[in-house]
Design a protein around this ligand. Sequence first.
Ligand code: GTP
Length: 421
Amino acid sequence: MLKAIILIGGPMKGTRFRPLSLELPKPLFPVAGFPIIYHHIEACSKLSDVREIILIGFYQPNEALNKFISQSQVEFQVQIRYLQEYSALGTAGGLYHFRDQIMTGGPEMFFVMNADVCGDFPLQEMLDFHRTRPSTAICTMLATEATRQQSLTYGCVVENKDTHEILHYVEKPETFVSTTINCGIYLLTPGIFQPLEVAFKKNLEENYSFDFQVPSKEVIRLEQDVFVPMAATGTVYVFQSTRFWSQIKSAGAAIYANRHYLVIYRRTHPERLATNGEGKPKVTGDVFIHPTAQVHPTAVLGPNVTIGRNVVVGEGVRVRESIILEGATLQDHCCILHAIIGWHSSVGFWTRVEGTPNDPNPNKPFAKLEIPSMFTEDGRLNPSITVIGSSVQVPSEVIVLNSIVLPHKDLSGCYKNQIIL
Ligand code: GTP
């Protein structure tokens, strides 16, 4: 029996998604029509031995999260539970704190997945790989290749090329270590609780204080506090994937991830993709249209477009490389390019909403999505995709270019390279 644990973080994480909504936890943000963690759950549920999926985070459980969990349990026929940390315990603190819940039922192994990454995860291949490692193996880490320069912003792995044992691990190194980077997807055996206990106790001892004003430090970071000391002890191994993988840090990354998930659907769930036909809008490339959306047959959509639940798309509308979230209305003849339109927002007649993509350089093998800082050194907004927050009204016949519009705003004119508060 196997389990899977998804680390969903909490309200202090995922702040780069805030312009879209203050309420929705980032892991529930829809990519290719489904919440980010839906894709994790779907991938795990394909392994028949995965009998329970545990979400660990420090969000106060809300209606959106509860509804998502109950719907996913029915859809995937697997037990899903949310365990709430009493404060942010770090990427391993929650695993240690909830060790009894994780070990109930005696799982042979369990996956641990970060919820801010997306990809086509080779979970079965990781299992097969792990089972052929020596009996001392406690962890198999999924890794991928990055460019030399980009590797510095990830966890870097040095392996023994023959045995794939991790010899050295550095999180966000200052100088070059390796182009093999950690994907944030692990397969662990129950043996991990011993190094977790060591890390937890060491942390407590080192930070213990009788000063009541100093909060106790119970945070354990899986990468720095656990994997670093475990390197070169015959316990941690790396499995390299060449399949699609990306971090989702910002809303812009969601458009990039959307494109790849739609490509995966073409292979695994072609029925989810929209097709051309009489009375239907014209689609080019991969497009997802939620069955409840009303799209006028003269609209032209794609490539890489997701139209969410209850969205209304008017006559002659053009949408490309964009995500339109639940309940939004695109009025006749508007044009949406490289943008995210927030929940229940409306875009007026003949309006143009356009952003600038920042896709990885296609000429550099293994290049990952850049996460540019929001502002240039002289304080100007870096061009990015346009993000229209939830419940925003964009009037007719205006242009909104490379801008971020915060929720509940009634726009009154054209905007270019601005953050509209
Ligand atoms: P940043 O660049 O700072 O975001 O670092 P990172 O990419 O290394 O991400 P980080 O390790 O902070 O988070 C990885 C995953 O763990 C994400 O899915 C987070 O939501 C989750 N996570 C981070 N901190 C916590 C925590 O305290 N508790 C729980 N349950 N999850 C967490």
